[in-house]
Each structure stands twice: as C-alpha cells, then as structure tokens.
Design a protein. Structure first.
Length: 448
C-alpha cells in the first residue's frame, strides 16, 4: 500500500477556512469527514505510535524531510484537528496543543529564551504565572522583568539585547483591565521582539494576532473546554514575526540546533510545507521541547476540547451577558466598595476595552467587599448556588477569594500589583439564569 500523505487524512468540501465565520469554523474547520469511514465527528485516535512503510519513510519523517507521524507525544490525528481549528479561530498559521495552560506558557517562552536571557512581562497576571516567571524561570537562569502595563513605554525601557519576548494577558485575571495590545504591539514590532499574549479569558472575543500580537497562548481548561472537566493548553503562532531579520536576537531560532542534529528551523519549515511547516517556531518547539519535556495532551483531552469548541460561540455570549448584568447589579450595592468589569470602565480604559473586546465585557468580574479579608471569606462561605473553587470558565458560576487561594503564594506586593486586595472577590459567571445568580450573591452579601 502506498503511503498516504499526512494532510490527506480527511476529506473536505470546503475550500478555505478563511471564508468561514467562527460559528462555522468551530464545526467544520480542518475536518469534514473521515476519508475511510466517512464519519462526520472527528475520531478519537488512541494510539501511541504509527507504522512506517519503509526504513526510508521512517528516516524522512524523523529528519523532517517528509510530513508524518512518529509518536503521539509529538503528534496525534485527533489533536492535529484541534490544533488546526484553534489556529484558524485565532487567525494564526499553526498551533501546538499542550497538557495545560502553564505548559503552554512555559514552552512558548523557553522556545526563545535560555540562561542569561530575559523576558519583559506585564505585572497584571494570574498568580501561578507570576510564580512561573518570577521564581521557576529565575532558577533556570532566565530573568523576568515585571512592568506596569498602564505605562506602555515600560516594556521598551525594561528591554535590552538579551530580551527574548514580551508577555501579557489580554484580559488580566483577576485585574480585568484590558491590556493595550495595539500600543505595545507597535513598540514590540519596532523593537524586533515578539509579543506573546495569553488569551485564556477572551477566546473569540479578543483577536490578539489582529491587534498586534505575534503568539497567543490559552489555557484550554477554561472557556474552550467549557465544563470544568479537562486540563489543557495551546500555543498559536501568528506567522507575523520575521525571525530571520532579527536573527542576532534569536539564536535558538536561526542557528543550527544541536538538539535536533544541527537542523536549521527556518529552512526545515519552508521545505516541509503543510500546516506543520507553516511555523518554524512551532516546528522547533514540537521537535525539541515537546519531545524532551513531554507536556502533550491526551487524545481524549483533544477530543473533549473539540466538543467544547463547537458550542463556544454560544456559551461565550451567554457568559458575557450574565457577567455584565451581575456587574451592573453589584454596582449600587451598599456592601460593595468597587466593581471592576470592562463595560463599566470610563475614559481611556473604556476605549481600550472597546478596542480589545468590542461591546462585550468578558465572562468574569471582580468586586471589593467592605470589610477586607474577613468579609471576603464570610461572603464565600455563605454562597449556596455558586461554587467555591479555584477555577474559571466552567458552565457553572464559580466564586473565589484570590487572596486566600489563587494568589495566596504570591507576595503581598505582587498581589496588589496584579489587582488582588484582601477583600477582592472574583466571579467566573456561568450559564445559569441571571436572576438565580444575582439572588445567591445578594443573600450572601446580606449575611456578611
């Protein structure tokens, strides 16, 4: 039997994903039906390894002269469709799925930086990311310089010849002040430094690659999964950064790589072609970091993320509608000292929110209860409908007191910089009826 090219695994009657709207892409992108069975649902391929037809065929695949599969740590047919669909949704060239959102951030940065290098990052971050960049990366010899994203020029000022990337969250968790992607993206482009944006909070809503970002990461555990069942992450390369022109800054991308037999990644990608060859950045990551560290998703996780994508456009709209109504309800409550939600911002911050989010405000809100940490704890313990869990993006509404959970291991100074005070409450607003959500929040506030 002749070897069938990798890209011919499925049959499609749609000529171009570029013409499809997101609601259609999540159902038809990269896959229509299986060429052998004619199944319309993406199959779940539970296989670790893949057969080679000849020794030469195996050699060509391993040496990246021909597209093919070797082992499911590096590529899997189910995961492959998920990656292509995510890349299309973000407007990117290619994607690489990982075992968690933290793994996605780690690989995205380690693909460019090594000991002696540095990263400039927004200080408005999820607590786990602060620890990853500020503590764990430091132990690897990679410095992270945290800056205030409200001062756009701080990214340029903190950079030097060893800066390998700028990093930020599109809608920071839990500060919820939209990151100035357009302004920082222009500075990054001028400096020749890639801007990496974590878009976990606003899939489909914010388009970082169109606004000026170069690479996007997601924790797919959240809104892409949608039901709080599965851990995963993904990295999307926009294909809009010229590694060759800035080769002096990125030796890991342009110099022969001893981690893969002295291969030159830009050349290998152009010769390989297909969606794997569309991104030299991800080709390198897949065949070195994913190969060596191994944070790959299970095929079953990828299958569940594909199911989540199919309803994402419907769910994200409902999340945002409910979050906006809850924020407006809380705005005038006597026990609340402040409410943060993008559509309630004013002045330049409101314009920035429109630039990133359009007229949607996102699926989460934060508020401050009068009474500090004791009041925050008391509120959480009195909730009856909302779950008290350290997660976001579930179909159910989830409430968290960040100072005692997600940001508890972060220094007080870093907590305050990220927008977490002692009385901050974060609510990931779910899909329940809004009147039931507000009723539960109201009764808990009365009992505080």
């Amino acid at each position: 039997m002749l070897h069938r090219p990798y890209d011919a695994q499925t049959v499609s009657t749609i000529s171009s994903n570029d013409t499809m709207r997101p609601e259609t892409l999540v159902l038809h992108g990269a896959y229509r039906f299986d060429a052998t069975t004619f199944a319309t649902t993406v199959p779940l391929y539970l296989s670790n390894a893949y057969a080679f037809e000849t020794v030469d065929h195996a050699s060509d695949v391993f040496d990246l002269r021909q597209v093919g599969r070797t082992y499911s740590r590096l590529m899997n047919p189910t995961t492959d469709i998920f990656e292509q669909r995510i890349a299309a949704l973000e407007g990117g060239k290619a994607a690489l799925a990982t075992s968690s959102g933290q793994a996605a951030i780690m690989l995205a940065l380690l693909n460019l930086a090594q000991a002696g290098d540095n990263i400039v990052s927004s200080s408005h971050l999820y607590g786990g990311t602060i620890n990853l960049l500020g503590t764990t990366f430091k132990r690897l010899g990679i410095e992270t310089r945290f800056v205030d994203p409200q001062n756009v020029d701080s990214f340029r000022a903190a950079s030097d010849e060893r800066t390998r990337a700028w990093f930020a969250e599109a809608l920071p968790n839990p500060r919820l002040m939209p990151f100035p992607i357009v302004e920082v993206g222009k500075l990054a482009n001028k400096a020749g430094i890639p801007l990496i944006i974590d878009n976990t909070m606003t899939p489909l809503i914010t388009k970082p690659l169109a606004l000026g970002g170069n690479i996007v990461v997601h924790s797919t555990s959240k809104y892409i999964c949608g039901h709080g069942t599965t851990i995963g992450g993904v990295i999307v390369d926009g294909g809009n950064f010229d590694w060759k022109s800035h080769g002096d800054r990125f030796p890991l991308m342009v110099q022969p790589d001893g981690a893969h037999g002295g291969i030159q990644w830009l050349e290998a990608a152009s010769q390989l072609g297909g969606h794997y060859g569309a991104s030299a950045y991800l080709l390198k990551m897949r065949n070195t970091l994913m190969r060596d560290f191994g944070p790959c998703p299970s095929p079953f996780a990828s299958f569940l993320f594909l199911q989540g994508l199919e309803t994402l456009p419907l769910r994200i709209q409902r999340h945002c509608d409910n979050a906006r109504q809850l924020a407006e309800f809380l705005q005038d409550h006597p026990r609340i000292t402040s409410v943060t939600y993008p559509t309630l911002l004013t002045g330049p911050d409101r314009e920035k929110a429109r630039q990133n989010l359009g007229e949607l405000g996102g699926p989460m809100l934060v508020f401050e209860i009068d009474g500090g940490i004791d009041a925050g704890r008391s509120f959480i313990e009195r909730l009856k409908l909302l779950y008290h869990v350290a997660n976001i993006g579930d179909a159910r509404s989830l409430a968290t007191h960040p100072a005692s959970t997600t940001h508890a291991s972060v220094s007080r100074e870093a907590r305050l910089a990220s927008g977490v005070t002692d009385g901050t409450i974060r609510i990931s607003v779910g899909l329940e009826h809004i009147e039931d959500i507000t009723a539960d929040v109201s009764q808990a506030l009365k009992a505080v």
